[in-house]
Design a protein around this ligand. Sequence first.
Ligand code: AMP
Ligand code: MG
Length: 326
Amino acid sequence: MILLSDSPGDLETAARAIRNGLLVAIPTETVYGLGANAWDTRALARVFEAKERPAFDPLIVHVAEPAGASEVADTTVFLARELMERFWPGPLTLVLPKKPEVPDLATSGLDTVAVRCPAHPVARKIISLSGVPVAAPSANPFGRLSPTRASHVADWLGERVDYIVDGGPCSVGVESTVLDLSAEPPLVLRPGGLSLEAIREVAPTVELFDRSTTSPRAPGQLPSHYAPRKPLRLTDSGALPEARPRGRAVAICFGRDSAVAAERSGRFARVVDLSPNGDAVEAAAELFQALHSLDLGDWDELWAERLPELGLGRAVNDRLYKASAK
Ligand code: AMP
Ligand code: MG
């Protein structure tokens, strides 16, 4: 594996590698993606192999410009144009009817394809220089914590990738929101970096997939996902002081009051605050880095409290819930 910077020469190298069928981890504003030429079935097969990702879990195809989406998908469906115009480039993935040329491996044989135009300038530059749409799932082993730093990719995938482009920490820090426009009404399959409230300003009929009443439609919805190696337990907001941790445990709090209460309870060997000001956007940006570094520490258990189910709090809760599932 070769580490690249975001210098113009290195971005050329990364783009050429993708075009030629190699695997390149690239920074995006959400998390690092494992990029491959979406037209190249051998490269796509290597993505599944490197991640140990089951073939039933489809990839997101990334384009450099919103207009590029029509190369892989039908963008004339209801609401697609409006949402692309408002939120692209950005952390919104649209599930749309696919063009027949898109390899089945990218879509797991579905007749829809997930498409996103990322906002990160390094990602956009690499995709644009490569001249191809870039299939890029998160650059982590299947089911594990998502990478928000180049070092996370190097630690977890190492020699399974050809290049890693270091673009610094990801600003959003959780994966994109996946919105299925082929469903009626349109359905958020995975809460993520764009809030449901923001989407509803453009598309008021959008519903949130309800995991308590419906069976999974997409593998990102499987209960166990984004998991640290250490056991992670989840409590209601404000309930950490009543937790009964075993051994040396860490409290992962949201907001100064919670952190103070967790500290005072005397039940935790360490207290981490994802956002002292109670800002869900900041908590999302900190989440995976905090879990990655705590996972390396000398702790028996991690305990986290839920955020209020608003804005990016939904995406953070979704990741915590899946990280805590057995
Ligand atoms: P990742 O790239 O690791 O963030 O995962 C991409 C996720 O997007 C998958 O796990 C699915 O949940 C979702 N996805 C991708 N393509 C489709 C599709 N055609 N229909 C529904 N969900 C999809
Ligand atoms: Mg993923």
